[in-house]
Write a protein that binds this ligand. Structure first.
Ligand code: CP3
Length: 348
């Protein structure tokens, strides 16, 4: 006889269950940067695609690398293969990824430069990303969730202002001085991010993550006005069109202010970096994280110990297992498998 309960749990995503506070079949798990150069099958597709951006805008190949980690590992979610810099690129700024150097992006540092930018919604870039979303969703079973994402306004603005990843000081100065073009840029990125995330949800993304990788740059009223409020505004904007879409906020490095991020209306879960102690968060918050990606370079024994420490400290009903930041280049694929096994073993 078919066990209906088991069938029911297998046909639903544990990730979506935890995000929406329903009983979940198990502790959900996925990893930031789970698709990437540490996987030989990724490197093969990347070579076929040409450049990293060619891969991002090729729906067949981007969908393929999105699902690759789920073929290897018993994960609960795929994350769309794209980049946070798709938004400024779709707005019309030139973008290149230099091998070994990171992104090189055309800069915006005035109201005139800002006014010349296009809305992302009808752009070729966003259409291609949405095709990837739809194609990926069609390749995943019902127990695997598809996560869409965007960068938060502060992090994306800091790349747009610096012209790449090298120097965020110039962006911080603009924030402290509250330059008119800087404030307008943040507002514009809020609006474009809402449209971008809604387009991903329309195409089949079942949850979204907002990455504010450089949130820890700001403090005081600048943290409020350029990190927390813009993220809150994106969530509110997305909620108007997709009231039930779960949103995960990863605002790296904001320490004790995480509790305020946790209180953002509509944030279903808070992603935390390795250095953050989850016991500082209110007990009812859904926490995502926070295994050190460097522990994966230290080998399977270290991974085992760290997985046990993290799982023991977090109630599995309110925990999404993840890393504190993305998987690093040079990580052994077998060690990623050891993380997955250790989490599943811990939960029995
Ligand atoms: O997590 C995933 O597997 C989904 C895909 C994804 C990528 N980038 C692919 C990528 C996601 C969610 C991102 C987010 C992203 N991109 C962030 C926020 C998260 C974080 O890491 O803090 C940021 C800051 C970026 C900007 C970015 N993209 C940089 C600085 C670089 C160059 C540095 C590097 O790691 O190479 C990228 C390139 C990038 N984005 C790669 C991948 C797989 C490597 C490109 C390659 O294959 O050559």
């Amino acid at each position: 006889m078919v066990d209906m309960r088991r069938d029911a749990s297998a046909s639903r995503s544990a990730l979506l269950d935890v995000l929406t506070r329903r009983p979940a079949a198990r502790r959900p798990m996925w990893f930031m940067r789970q698709a990437g150069r540490y996987l030989p099958e990724y490197r093969a597709v990347r070579e076929k695609a040409g450049s990293f951006l060619d891969l991002c805008y090729n729906p067949e190949l981007a969908a393929e690398v999105t699902v690759q980690p789920l073929r290897r590992y018993d994960l609960d979610a795929a994350i769309l293969f794209a980049d946070i810099l798709v938004v400024p690129h779709a707005m019309g700024l030139s973008l290149k990824f230099e091998e070994g150097e990171g992104p090189v992006l055309q800069t915006v540092r005035s109201l005139d430069e800002l006014a010349a930018l296009k809305p992302v919604a009808q752009s070729h870039e966003v259409k291609q990303v949405c095709r990837t979303v739809a194609l990926t969703r069609s390749q995943l079973g019902p127990d695997k969730a598809l996560i869409g994402f965007c960068g938060a306004p502060w992090t994306v603005a800091s790349y747009m202002i610096a012209g790449g990843s090298s120097d965020r000081v110039v962006a911080k100065i603009a924030a402290y001085q509250r330059q008119d073009w800087f404030c307008a840029l943040i507002d514009r990125l809020v609006a474009e991010s809402v449209d971008y995330l809604c387009a991903q949800a329309d195409a089949g993304a079942q949850a979204v993550q907002i990455f504010d990788s450089w949130a820890g740059d700001l403090v005081g009223t600048e943290l409020d006005d350029f990190v927390l409020k813009p993220i809150g505004a994106i969530i509110a904007g997305v909620r108007r069109r997709h009231p039930d879409l779960p949103v995960i906020v990863f605002a790296r490095g904001i320490g004790a202010h995480q509790s305020r991020a946790a209180a953002l209306p509509g944030a279903n879960a808070i992603g935390i970096e390795t250095e953050f102690d989850p016991s500082l968060l209110p007990a009812d918050v859904v926490v995502q994280g926070n295994l050190d990606p460097v522990a994966l370079l230290a080998g399977e024994k270290v991974v085992q110990k760290e997985v046990e420490r993290i799982c023991a400290s977090l109630d599995r009903r309110r925990h999404i297992f993840n890393l504190g930041h993305g998987i690093r280049l040079g990580t052994e694929p077998a060690v990623v498998g050891a993380v997955v096994d250790a989490v599943r073993r811990f939960d029995g």
